[in-house]
Write a protein that binds this ligand. Structure first.
Ligand SMILES: [Zn+2]
Length: 62
């Protein structure tokens, strides 16, 4: 099970203790839904989630 950043929703390794994207330590192992954002410029999901970098994201983080 991986962890997801509470700020930007990026999914990180379960051993990570910091989000590589926004440098927060606010990570949660409780998240639901996963989405791969490949083209943030043209993705509606990325726009809605305010994602500007491609990657693997959680839809909801608790
Ligand atoms: Zn983050």
């Amino acid at each position: 099970m991986s962890k997801a950043c509470r700020i930007c929703h990026l999914i990180v390794e379960k051993t990570a203790n910091m989000c590589p994207s926004c440098k927060t330590q606010d990570l949660s192992s409780e998240y639901t839904g996963e989405v791969f954002i490949l083209n943030p410029e043209i993705s509606d999901v990325a726009k809605r989630m305010k994602i500007s970098k491609k990657g693997h994201y959680a839809l909801r983080v608790r």
